[in-house]
Design a protein around this ligand. Structure first.
Ligand code: FEO
Length: 168
């Protein structure tokens, strides 16, 4: 049993995870259009990963006896000003998500809701990994700047990513 305030906060977070998926799909479409097919593949896997995050919260809410009433999704941007802009926008998005998850964790602790707190810690840990991997990509992109060969190498490297199932 979770409080109605926590129920509402988790429904909002569920919406944010779906928005994250939608944002990454829009970024993938943008990269496909620019012929950065490796980056497009990387971002499509990220879209799928965000979908598993949303499902993890959905399953938790159902287990807690909540009727999940889905909220509207915002329209994501479709122009990111180049490949570096895509990954910079990703990192900024993930930093906002980390801040939300920290606030949610504070709320769970305040309510002594340890089950929800445990769920949220999985997400908090996941954010560390996501921010680190985006930061690494941004560093490489800044290093090569407009060098075509360097960009091609990074795109190939991004294209080698495999989906890791992270959510139950
Ligand atoms: Fe759902 Fe990008 O973390």
């Amino acid at each position: 049993m979770i409080s109605s305030a926590m129920e509402e906060a988790l429904l909002t977070q569920l919406n944010q995870e779906f928005y994250s998926a939608y944002l990454y799909l829009s970024m993938s479409a943008y990269c496909s259009h620019l012929e950065f097919n490796g980056a497009a593949g990387w971002l499509k896997l990220q879209y799928e990963e965000e979908h598993t995050h949303a499902t993890k919260i959905y399953n938790y809410l159902v287990e807690q006896g909540v009727q999940v009433i889905l909220k509207d999704l915002d329209k994501p941007p479709s122009d990111f000003g180049g490949i570096l802009g895509v990954f910079t926008a990703s990192l900024e998005h993930e930093q906002r998500m980390t801040s939300r998850l920290n606030d949610l964790s504070d709320q769970a602790l305040k309510e002594k809701d340890h089950a929800t707190y445990n769920l949220l810690q999985w997400f908090v840990n996941e954010q560390v990994e996501e921010e680190a991997s985006l930061g690494g990509i941004i560093s490489k992109l800044k290093l090569v700047k407009d060098d075509g060969y360097g960009l091609l190498m990074i795109d190939n490297e991004l294209g080698a990513r495999k989906l890791v199932e992270t959510a139950a």
